[in-house]
Design a binder for this molecule. Structure first.
Ligand code: NAG
Ligand code: NAG
Length: 189
């Protein structure tokens, strides 16, 4: 009977510890981990986390051999954003990070680390793909094409007008040959 109670107590302690451990574990939830955007667009790395106490949120960028710290903040406190990213990064209290005016070099792997005051830490990763904007080139091409077509039209019109004026002058000259002859005859005298 006594033995049984001890076993019961151990079981109880174990489950309590397990539950406490799960409750204390940091969990990071994000609706989308793979994102695709175009150059100059904005992106929101959306996360939501649960943990004990006030944690530190840290974002890091990785691409190939490059690993760069983007910034760190505590929800509700001022964020410490790296100089390179200060203009483009927006920190959120729920751990999310907004990155605006995307460049091709922004493509890569983004890691968010949530660290509790006790040192407990958990990471979550995102993949960002950045596409080149092709339609801008096309727009430029079509605009310059339209300008060229306009210029060509104007040129053709002015040539046609010049041609008409020239023919008219010729016709005028042919219509009154007599006075011209008279003048030329008179001049040498
Ligand atoms: C985090 O907060 C931002 C800004 O309030 C919101 O747009 C985003 O949806 C939130 N993310 C999650 C996963 O709740
Ligand atoms: C901001 O971060 C940099 C590098 O991570 C660190 O050297 C600096 O001390 C931090 N500044 C503040 C005010 O936390």
């Amino acid at each position: 009977m006594r033995r049984f109670r001890l076993l019961d107590l151990r079981l109880f302690l174990c489950t309590t510890l397990c539950v406490l451990h799960i409750a204390g574990a940091i969990s990071i939830h994000s609706p989308q981990r793979s994102l695709t955007r175009s150059v100059q667009e904005d992106v929101l790395f959306s996360v939501h986390f649960t943990c004990r106490g006030a944690p530190t949120v840290q974002w890091t960028f990785m691409s190939g051999a490059v690993s760069r710290s983007i910034g760190a903040w505590r929800p509700g406190a001022a964020a410490n954003i790296t100089l390179d990213y200060r203009e483009r990064v927006r920190p959120y209290a729920n751990g999310s990070m907004g990155l605006s005016d995307l460049r091709l070099q922004d493509a890569g792997f983004y890691v968010v680390s949530i660290t509790e005051a006790t040192g407990n830490s958990r990471d979550s990763g995102f993949v960002l793909k950045v596409n080149e904007v092709i339609y801008e080139d096309l727009q430029y091409l079509s605009v310059s094409g339209a300008v060229l077509a306009c210029l060509a039209g104007l040129l053709m019109l002015s040539m046609w007008l010049l041609d008409r004026a020239y023919r008219r002058i010729l016709a005028c000259r042919r219509r009154r040959p007599a006075p011209e002859n008279g003048e030329t005859e008179l001049q040498p005298l």
